[in-house]
Design a protein around this ligand. Sequence first.
Ligand code: IPE
Ligand code: IPE
Ligand code: MG
Length: 247
Amino acid sequence: MTLLDKFKKMPSIDVNRLPVHIAIIPDGNGRWATRRGMPRSAGHREGANTMKRIVRLANEIGIKYITFYAFSTENWKRPESEVNYLMSLLKEFLQNADRELAGSNIKLQVIGDLSRLSDELQEEIHRVTENTSGNTGLNLIFALNYGGRDELIQAIRKIVKDAREGRINPEDIDEKTVSERLYTGGVPDPELLIRTSGELRLSNFLLWQTAYTEFWYTKKLWPDFSKKDFLEAIRVYQQRNRRFGGI
Ligand code: IPE
Ligand code: IPE
Ligand code: MG
């Protein structure tokens, strides 16, 4: 069965013109659970399963980078029990990563300020990123304790330090100077951003990197987001006319 046969009933996409990097704000886990009379944690668990399905599909069709907004710098405002549950889900994924990612050639990367995460979690992250660092398939990027403003602040600190210590000349500071010092240094900007649950905002995600990103939204809640929806987002993206300020 060819890739095309497999996706016959799916939105048709041009595999030769795929976005290199897709960023996702997987929103609506809590509402999904509440609507079913279940605790919010059940929505997060289901959301983690959706994430795994989409990762497998992205890897299969040949996407090079996918970034998931897993935990924002603002998400600490949630009840401690919910924060702990989200962290435990993440730990579970990492602990099973050898199995989850086995044979998939996926490389795990993490962006954000990891220093606030538990030592145990940091160790797991370190272990899995090390173990998969040689992989050449999909780059799976988790944004953890990530905030676009926090990222810019730490980049500015690095630039000021480099300037003060004579490594860069303030006159020479350009877009590359900034890009290189972001958590995403070396990762191309996303061409496509997907947000579920009908919210139309960035919520402090990839502020710098989304300057020219195409947005695609759906009212579907993240646990209900399907492979078909993912391919539909790519199909719509492929029909967009990206002008970058030109005509
Ligand atoms: C997104 O779902 C998951 C994370 C923030 C980790 P939410 O938990 O924000 O779900 P809603 O928006 O409250 O429904
Ligand atoms: C954005 O969702 C963050 C993640 C998905 C991790 P939120 O649910 O936290 O965003 P707001 O609060 O609705 O803007
Ligand atoms: Mg939300």
